[in-house]
Design a protein around this ligand. Sequence first.
Ligand SMILES: Nc1ncnc2c1ncn2[C@@H]1O[C@H](COP(=O)(O)OP(=O)(O)OP(=O)(O)O)[C@@H](O)[C@H]1O
Ligand SMILES: [Mg+2]
Length: 440
Amino acid sequence: MTQFSDLGLAEPLLRALQEEGYDTPTPIQARAIPALLEGRDILGIAQTGTGKTAAFALPIIHRLLANPVRLAPKTVRALIMAPTRELAAQIAESFRTYGRFAKLNIAVVVGGVPHGGQIRALSRGLDVLVATPGRLLDHVESGHCRLDHTEVVVLDEADHMLDLGFVVPIRKIVSKLAMRRQSLFFSATMPKEIATLAGEMLRDPVRVEVTPVATTAERVTQQVYMIEGGGKRGLLLEILSGKDVTRPIVFTRTKRGADKVAEHLETYGISAAAIHGNKSQGQRERALDGFKTGKVRVLVATDIAARGIDVDAISHVVNFELPNVPEQYVHRIGRTARAGAEGVAISFCDRDEVAYLRDIEKVTRQKLPVIDRRANPNAPVEEVARPAQGQRRPQGGQQRRPGGGQGQGQRAAGGGRPQGQGARSQGSARPQGDRRQARG
Ligand SMILES: Nc1ncnc2c1ncn2[C@@H]1O[C@H](COP(=O)(O)OP(=O)(O)OP(=O)(O)O)[C@@H](O)[C@H]1O
Ligand SMILES: [Mg+2]
């Protein structure tokens, strides 16, 4: 098995990984890191929770260390773009963790907070900038940041970043970059039409595909309840009462829906917080922090929290409403069963959502088990909601999250058993023209 020391990473990185308790590289790390150290562009596809962040962060830090330069004002050596503020902050935290012995200038530039501090951080020049596209473009256009010296650019959640909601600012930003640069695109999903667009922005890329696109996380037990809309609230309460439902996240399609579900839970004495694009940045941070620390039991979210967010030990994902973009299902349920842990994903499907369910099954190449609760809404919740023992069945080395904050050593490094190897089905029935997703 490949070890981190076999990958040729600089000593300060190996030391940081050791302190983090990372034992062995995950498959995407083992395959992407050597190509990235050679300077290649990459399109990296791997399941949720399998360590894509370190797969790009480690070789980037290595590169910065290998070629020390005096930072010119307003320049950025490595630019990482992510779709939401929360994910950008999390990625920067990972860079700080892996780069703790590397003395890097790292900053985050996102919307929803004042410009001043960001302008000051940019003015000195940065080794690493993690940004959401809109705010970054503001700074570039107002002359507070220049990208012509940028050596490496990453699009995390690349398919989402090239989707309708983001592609315009992304194109503008990419046009400001130097031609000679390394470009890294990562995601767990990559619809064909977007892969083509991605290909145009990469130079002779290596495509590293650990599992076929849109393969769902390995250790997640999935269940669908067919239910009429009016029965969803009762079923949610029932599911949340399961004793193994220790840290659940509930997804809705709309912001209003998220607020309503959170209010409903509070009415029944279950502490809940909603996170979505209409909340202030302060509210968003409080909701996510409260959920991480356990002060808030249930996080109710729109797809703003579907991608990339790495909260330790989320036990259950409940799709109160199915997403209309099928790839989002893969990302939503990927908030559980990360880094070798197990988890449960339960989806409610009413009559208006059956087409979404079919689309999800097509994109993920799997048939989901269905319990029909339409005829008998009061039937007891099946055992799937309570996976009892073996919630966490570590395999292989111990692992810790960057920063060493939560749940240390509870989980194991992601293994490599691919699921659903079948060919991606042809001719998806996905409703076209409605791919706009939640934005940061
Ligand atoms: N080699 C490793 N050994 C142990 N743990 C690891 C290793 N690499 C990453 N991890 C941990 O695995 C978790 C998931 O990593 P990460 O967030 O990078 O996943 P991801 O592939 O980007 O998922 P997503 O598609 O949801 O964004 C993190 O908590 C991280 O600390
Ligand atoms: Mg990620």
